[in-house]
Write a protein that binds this ligand. Structure first.
Ligand code: DGJ
Length: 696
């Protein structure tokens, strides 16, 4: 790229610079994304030019924000489309205009011969440091879109590899660490929802990066209909990362198509730098809280206590016990509508089942309100059982072929149909209007018969209408646990049901890994039954309670099963959570690099750095005999901290030594805590230490 005729743009903040440059009228390349640099963009563009040798073209085809096949690009193009009849179009986009404002940029390119216009949007948030990018394509004549990438970012060549995220029911947020190899690493969610299997996030790792140290480049795609991610190393060694909707999910020809927002963050403080930026951006920019100052209420959810067996007398008793333990919101789960005695019927029939609720829900909601709790209720709006009044009246409202394989005995409503959305709006609004509902748990328990972007847009539209009509109501995104978690759904909801696993040890791992992308304030975590219903494991109430207290706390067991001792532990931990939630729900979650692989530890630090809590959970027996010191992070090295073991009475008899924390608080410098770390008492597997720290 020669200095002459170079167009350039840049986004800068205290964390990073992202510099775009283009030769002549061609689409620009991101020539730099990393720690802040003040150099002229044109100088960076020239300095970034790589040499060529034998067996290569005479110069490198541009790895632009939408790499173009027509410019000899040797990898995946950023845009793949056809005309309405299906004939491929091969665009060559040329500069038209740029709109620049403080921290934001829109670049417009056209292919006049094909009647196409491309826009790339970029914005940097100088508080959260997250960069948001998206792309749009519009056309004079209808086009068939196969693939549109959000503006494409090259990945560094001095990178060890990447972490992407897979998962399953009861096993969400599994991190996969892998190296770069020539060719494509692709993840594509083709089930029509975000999915447990393919969370739309990626972390590219600098050399030797850990939770606490090194460079990382984070990506997160805000779309609930399934995404595609391409991490490609080109034959010449350059690397690109592309994110967009799952390919081919725009089923109809259209004149305008766009990507969802892609969120980007550079970190030189390890993976935590990405995690904290995503946590803050989601909580402070993406989620629209009905009342941001309202403390997050402690939930009680009755699902694992009663399932479909609703008896108002028993539910009232359960509510009383839950309130006595500290619950503040009672969520009536599946089973209250139609003739829903099991999961074979009634989805779609959103009227109260008078067999179970002869006087409607009022006797329960009155009771809940008397207890000082608010009321939440479960829906699964996008679904219908063939055994339902709705299906019998409107079999034509179902998405997909009639001989499709059902999932949980249910099929999916076609949310692109306005009559479907109107029906659902009316039914849900009737319930929200009749009862004092302040919370909706919105479930989505099966995959679509085939991916379809119009379905996701229809669902978003229904959310938006309900949010507008009921602005004080909070919504939770649930999909058999964490099957629909992404920044798109979270711009309409306020909490995610992270997993159907209430097994505290599994939760410890899942919520630890999810913290790379999600803040505590939206991450639901419940104290489950003594014997976990999805793992069969029996876990102590101390572990169950403290693991739930790491995030947005709730209970989901039948409180009638609690012994007096268990109830007293739960009351104590819940009271602690309530006393700390105001700062904890706004805290940064920093994952600790634990020297003992059986210890999963995190530090939650208040935004002003004045206090912190460390949770160090132990899921197995250590290989070495004495506990290894736990190094902290994110503290001021020059400050001194008062650190105490909140649950030191949980120390077991086999802990025979005299680590200072066992008997009294310690006062130590941030420098020491981050260099040497804390010596914790010996403990059993399936237990947790909770440490409170205060800056002196
Ligand atoms: C799946 C959810 O993840 C559960 O929490 C519960 O709401 C059930 N669906 C109800 O059918």
């Amino acid at each position: 790229m020669s200095g002459q005729g170079i167009r350039s743009w840049r986004l800068d903040d205290a964390r990073q610079s992202l510099v775009l440059a283009a030769r002549g009228d061609a689409l620009p390349e991101v020539v730099y994304w990393g720690p802040p640099v003040a150099d002229e963009a044109a100088d960076l563009a020239e300095a970034a030019i790589q040499d060529v040798t034998g067996g290569m073209l005479d110069e490198h085809p541009p790895l632009s924000i939408s790499p173009e096949a027509i410019r000899s690009f040797p990898g995946q193009s950023g845009l793949v489309l056809a005309d309405e009849a299906g004939a491929p179009l091969v665009p060559k986009l040329l500069y038209e205009a740029a709109e620049e404002s403080d921290g934001a940029l829109v670049l417009h390119y056209t292919d006049a011969a094909l009647g196409l216009r491309y826009s790339g949007r970029f914005a940097i948030d100088d508080v959260t440091h997250v960069i948001t990018v998206s792309a749009q394509i519009s056309s004079d004549a209808p086009i068939r879109l196969h693939w549109l990438a959000a503006p494409v970012i090259p990945a560094p060549q001095l990178s060890d590899g990447m972490i992407d995220v897979s998962g399953r029911w009861c096993g969400e947020f599994q991190l996969n660490r892998m190296g770069w190899t020539p060719g494509i690493h692709m993840r594509e969610s083709r089930t029509g929802r975000t999915g447990h299997e393919h969370f739309p996030g990626l972390l590219v790792l600098g050399h030797g990066t850990t939770n606490m140290h090194g460079e990382a480049w984070g990506y997160q795609y805000g779309w609930s209909g399934g995404h595609r991610m391409v991490a490609e190393e080109l034959p010449d060694g350059r690397r690109q990362v592309q994110f967009g909707h799952a390919s081919g999910t725009e089923l109809d020809a259209a004149t305008t198509c766009e990507t969802a927002p892609l969120y980007l963050i550079y970190s030189n403080t390890g993976l935590n730098g990405c995690g904290v930026a995503f946590q803050r951006h989601l909580r402070d920019r993406i989620v629209s809280w009905p009342d941001a100052r309202r403390p997050r209420p402690v939930h009680y959810n009755c699902w694992e206590a009663v399932y479909f067996d609703h008896d108002v007398r028993i539910l009232k008793e359960i509510a009383s016990k839950a309130a006595e333990m500290g619950a503040e919101r009672f969520v009536l789960d599946d089973g209250w509508f139609g003739r829903r005695d099991d999961d074979t019927s009634s989805l779609g029939d959103w009227t109260v089942d008078r067999r179970k609720w002869p006087e409607g829900l009022t006797p329960l909601t009155d009771h809940i309100q008397t207890l000082g709790m608010t009321f939440g209720i479960w829906f699964e709006p996008e679904m219908v059982n063939p055994d339902s009044e709705l299906y019998r009246a409107h079999p034509d409202w179902v998405l997909g072929p009639t001989d499709q394989i059902p999932g949980r005995q249910q099929v999916v409503l076609n949310m692109a149909l306005s009559e479907v959305r109107d029906y659902l709006f009316d039914r849900i609004a009737a319930v929200l209007g009749e009862y004092p509902v302040d919370y909706v748990k919105w479930d989505h328990n099966r995959v679509l018969p085939m991916p379809d972007a119009a379905q996701t847009r229809g669902t978003y539209d229904l959310f938006d209408r309900l949010r507008e009509a009921f602005p004080a109501v909070e919504f939770e995104s649930c999909a058999s646990g964490g099957g629909r978690i992404d920044f798109g759904i979270l711009s309409r909801t306020h909490r995610v049901w992270l997993s159907d696993s209430n097994d505290a040890l599994e939760r410890l791992r899942i919520q630890h890994d999810a913290a790379l992308f999600l803040p505590a304030a939206v991450t639901g975590s419940h104290v489950g039954p003594r014997r976990c219903h999805t793992s069969g494991r029996v876990l102590d109430i101390r572990l169950r309670a403290w693991i739930a207290a790491q995030r947005h706390m709730g209970f989901e067991m039948d409180p009638r099963e609690l012994t007096e001792e268990e109830a007293s532990v739960l009351r104590d931990v819940t009271a602690w959570w309530k006393a700390n939630r105001d700062w904890m729900m706004r805290a940064d979650i920093l994952r600790l690099d634990s020297a003992d692989p059986s210890v999963t530890a995190e530090l939650q630090i208040a935004r002003n750095g004045g206090r912190f809590v460390v949770f160090a959970g132990k899921d197995g027996t250590s290989l070495q005999i004495a506990p290894r010191p736990l190094r902290l992070t994110g503290l001021d090295p020059d400050a001194r901290y008062h650190v105490s073991l909140r649950n030191r009475s949980d120390a077991v008899g086999l802990s025979r030594g005299i680590p200072a924390l066992k008997s009294s608080p310690v006062a130590l410098s941030g420098a020491y805590l981050m260099a040497q770390g804390l010596s914790l008492p010996w403990s059993f597997p399936a237990s947790i230490w909770v440490l409170e720290g205060e800056r002196l």
